[in-house]
Design a protein around this ligand. Structure first.
Ligand code: ATP
Ligand code: MG
Length: 247
């Protein structure tokens, strides 16, 4: 199906098609489509734009990723379909590995995601190893790679599940996430929460890292993730129409 570029929901519709294709090629899970739907509902309420609270979080995320000793990018079935290109650019800029870690575990899908990333030019793509475990998690997602998330001080995990975000934090790691829902457990637990659509936020994060690398900017003096979440929730409560609603 060809969607005219002038269609008001062009980006939303093309994004859905990318995910549909991800399911057909065995990268994205059917559940991933439902998770995306939850994200879309919040994006609608946010006016489908990148707000100041997201830009501030992106600047801080760039800072923390550049300062990290062992940053790792965690890839799932949705993010592999939507932003593989940007993930690969990020991993090269930060000289860090990509690690496949999916909620609905399947060895076959893990391999497919790995192959998809390698085909697009990724260098290091790690998979979980049974020897390395994130304490405090019961699901299969507790297994991680010994040179990847197990070793990492900073884990970039967009579109994450709350359980794992909490476990990563408890294991002493900084967690940077992208999540359209400021009320999710992931959003509330993460060290840095970028409340934005991943397809808009990732190119901005890449740009910010390039900018900060050039300027060798020092760490931001003040960053308060709770304030960022509060601003997003306040925007959602007020809505596009202010307190009165549409007339
Ligand atoms: P949690 O487990 O953190 O409480 P949840 O169970 O509501 O969250 P999950 O299905 O575990 O949600 O994770 C999916 C999350 O990803 C949702 O919060 C959803 O809003 C978000 N999401 C989905 N698609 C996108 C997207 N394109 N960009 C940003 N966030 C997205
Ligand atoms: Mg969840």
């Amino acid at each position: 199906m060809k969607i005219p570029k002038t269609h008001p929901r062009y980006i939303s519709l093309t994004t859905r098609h990318v995910l549909e294709h991800g399911v057909k090629t065995g990268i994205t899970s059917l559940n991933g489509l439902i998770a995306h739907g939850r994200g879309e509902a919040f994006d609608y309420l946010l006016g489908e734009k990148t707000h100041t609270f997201a830009k501030e979080a992106i600047a801080e995320a760039a800072n923390v990723l550049l300062a990290a000793k062992h940053p790792v990018i965690s890839v799932n079935g949705n993010t592999a379909a939507l932003v593989a290109k940007e993930f690969i650019i990020l991993s090269k800029l930060l000289r860090c590995p990509l690690e496949v870690n999916i909620f609905h575990t399947s060895k076959k899908r893990e391999q497919k995601i790995k192959k998809h990333l390698l085909n697009k030019g990724a260098k290091d793509v790690f998979l979980a190893e049974k020897k390395y475990v994130i304490d405090g998690l019961l699901s299969n997602r507790r297994y991680v790679n010994g040179k990847g998330i197990y070793l990492a001080d900073v884990v970039f995990v967009p579109l994450e599940d709350g359980d794992r975000a909490e476990a990563l934090i408890k294991n002493g790691k900084k967690v940077i996430t992208i999540d359209l829902n400021p009320l999710s457990r992931t959003a509330k637990t993460a060290t840095i929460t970028i409340i934005d659509n991943i397809v808009r936020a990732l190119p901005l994060l890449v740009g910010e890292i390039i900018k900060q690398k050039k300027s060798k900017k020092l760490a931001l003096q003040k960053y308060d993730n709770k304030q960022i979440l509060k601003q997003a929730v306040a925007f959602l409560r007020k809505g596009k129409y202010g307190s009165g609603g549409p007339s």
